[in-house]
Write a protein of this length. Sequence first.
Length: 309
Amino acid sequence: MTAAGEAFPIGTPGVPWGEDEKQAWFATQSVQRSYADDVFAALAELDPMFERHHYGALPLDPERYPLYAVEVRSARPDAPWALITGGVHGYETSGVHGALEVLRSVAPEVRDELNLLVAPCVSPWGYEVIHRWNPDAVDPNRSFVADGPSPEANALMALVASFDVEWLVHMDLHETTDTDETEFRPALAARDGKPYRPDTIPDGFYTVGDTENPQAAFQAAVIAGVEAVTHIAPPDEHGQIIGSDVTQHGVIEYPLRELALCAGMTDARFTTTTEVYPDSPNATPAICIDAQVAAVRAGLRFAIDAGGG
């Protein structure tokens, strides 16, 4: 953890990291929880009618880090498709466990109307060491481009492309944590040889829509669904959340494809990135998971009612 004004312990200020610095950073990471126990075991307990797809493994340790997604196919031959992704940033816990809970509770509710593909833990090494980067100090959520630098992103893109379907919905489940400001943003600045500029962490849930396809009514429906579970992040004194203008209650927008973000990897009609705030004094791990599930439930219901189902 890096205090404000304190130099990051790896690298030379103003100089981007080379391989030596990346290896030094990797050596500081330690396993703090188990992907096998927390995620893989949960997948084994799902409805046996759900189809598991083993779509690859991390080159760091293929046996320890297999990559799995779960398909829940509708009996309707014309049912549209929805993609739910979690754990693109492995340290964002409710994204992973929210996606698993979607499989348990939301999938049975919508399977008559939608086909679902759920990838609950895109970055299992990041999940274990509680970090947003992969072992190469690459952010998977800035790497959703062809032949990009993240094996996690490349494997997921290949899986999604193999379905060769038109996606109606893609919801990518994330968190914004206090450690973004104390740990991950300082590391990013050091890695890229740039000055670290402190910012604030919003207290509450918000979504990130697509500037090229904002779907304001869809975002509003997600926010309304979550508001029954937890509080929504207010704008700061500049009318912004994490440096972006608030376009409506609890919503900001990014150019998803331009930034190579996971939520921009399909041409889905309805896309969003959810952001839960687990460090709020008014939140608990269970509330954060419930918020992710509420967001997905509300988003899928809106898409179905809008004519996609």
